[in-house]
Design a protein around this ligand. Structure first.
Ligand code: UD1
Ligand code: UDP
Length: 389
């Protein structure tokens, strides 16, 4: 540990947090102003490990908390308790958390208890409905109420924070780091020979047909929601000449219904969660995306792919306003009808597949590091260590 440099601790635990933190960690580690440490909670195991491997991020602490079908209360307790020793050892000046997961919320609380400056990446997204997304809406609000510095991706999320009386100078609009990761990922995929997953997908899936990519995991869709989604997918597969590719999230509440209801359908390909590189390759190859994922909603417009979001509300309204994303909920008829319309109405397809970048320009991480450097410079100026401008 370098005692002369301010310590920055990154805390995260799930696949999307890993993807969205990776470019920021790299930017901090490339800058010699800071002593940068990474603590993963392991809220996700396989799905996070695959991200760390792809982005080649060295982990300093791993709490390894994941349990099968874990419970929100025990998960929160395990993360908080696990972070106690990490905080004692690192004594962070800045703690970075990202998004809205249980790890995010517990990481922010641990950072606040350690009297670090809590930095919230992807701040300010709101539905104002605590049951959708559940428990993410509350996790993000709690994190926002503790944070010292807020990094919202867009002016819409900035406005949400201002409405909640967060001081203007504590908010820095950066774009979403998911786009930084996407650009880096696409560059690597373009310049690397096909990995095994991609080779297998090319073998299994007939890419000369229209390809529909599906992902889903939201807690509020568990139960009836997933049953309806599966029925809709089955009807589309039975009545249209399409290929459906579905990398199934490892949550047992998702695996159960999806494999029970869809595994015997020849044009539905159920596969394990894909590595990030294979997934962005597949997003680029597909024609339509059906998802309830937050990250996928943000990536798809940058690739010009129309998205039907299987939720009734979204904290990411920017692409909906731009017309490339529509909300279809989990209603079977709506999912089937909207998908068929996109398959058969070229004007509509054209309209929804415009390339737009409402979530970022690939420079969000750079803005975040530059801002924290400015905070440090200001502090040095106030202490009389830095005298010039
Ligand atoms: C979590 C986040 C959600 C985020 C999503 C991204 C919370 C409460 N939920 O939901 O906000 O959008 O991740 O995917 O923070 N599992 C594995 N291996 C893995 C990952 C998960 O086996 O690599 C299984 C385990 O049985 C685990 C279960 O999935 O207990 C649920 O994981 P959990 O993180 O609690 O919920 P997610 O639905 O993944
Ligand atoms: N993703 C992936 N492999 C997959 C499915 C998704 O790498 O099989 C990536 C995707 O590119 C996006 C992120 O995972 O960046 C989204 O994660 P998820 O849907 O689990 O969570 P959310 O974004 O909804 O919180």
């Amino acid at each position: 540990m370098d005692m002369n440099k301010p310590s920055v601790l990154f805390i995260f635990g799930t696949r999307p947090e890993g993807i969205k933190m990776a470019p920021i960690i790299k930017a901090f580690r490339a800058c010699d102003w800071f002593d940068t440490k990474v603590a993963v909670t392991g809220q996700h195991r396989e799905m996070l490990d695959s991200v760390m491997e792809f982005f080649d991020i060295k982990v300093d602490f791993d709490l390894d908390v994941m349990k099968p079908n874990q419970n929100l209360i025990s998960l929160t307790g395990d993360v908080l308790l696990g972070l106690r020793d990490v905080m004692d050892e690192v004594k962070p000046k800045y703690v970075f958390v990202q998004g809205d997961t249980t790890t995010t919320m517990a990481g922010a609380i641990a950072g606040m208890y350690a009297q670090a400056q809590v930095c919230h990446v992807e701040a300010g997204l709101r539905t104002w409905n605590k049951w959708a997304p559940f428990p993410e809406e509350s996790n993000r609000c709690i994190t926002g109420s503790i944070a010292d510095w807020h990094f919202p991706p867009t002016s819409t999320s900035q406005a949400n924070l201002l409405k909640e009386n967060v001081a203007h100078e504590k908010i820095i609009v950066t774009g979403n780091t998911v786009i930084d990761a996407l650009y880096e990922g696409l560059e690597i995929v373009k310049n690397t020979p096909d990995n095994e997953e991609i080779a297998e997908l090319k073998f299994k899936v007939n890419f000369s047909k229209k390809v529909i990519l599906v992902t889903g995991h939201r807690r509020e869709n568990h139960g009836q929601g997933f049953l309806d989604i599966c029925k809709a997918l089955r009807e589309i597969a039975d009545t249209e000449d399409v290929e459906i590719v579905y990398p199934v999230h490892l949550n047992p509440n998702v695996q159960g219904p999806v494999y029970d209801l869809l595994s015997d359908c020849k044009n539905i390909h159920l596969v394990k969660p894909l590595s990030y590189s294979s997934f962005i390759w597949l997003m680029d190859m597909c024609d339509i995306i059906l998802t309830d994922s937050g990250g996928v909603q943000e990536e798809a417009p940058s690739l010009g792919k129309p998205v039907l979001v299987m939720r009734t509300t979204t904290e990411r309204p920017e692409a909906v306003s731009a017309g490339t994303v529509i909300l279809v909920g989990t209603d079977k008829e709506k999912i089937v009808n909207e998908t068929k319309d996109l398959l058969h109405n070229p004007d509509r397809y054209e309209q929804m597949s415009r390339l737009i970048n409402p979530y970022g320009d690939g420079k969000a991480s750079e803005r975040i590091v530059d801002f924290i450097k400015q905070v440090e410079e200001e502090e040095m100026r106030q202490q009389g260590i830095l005298v010039n401008n």
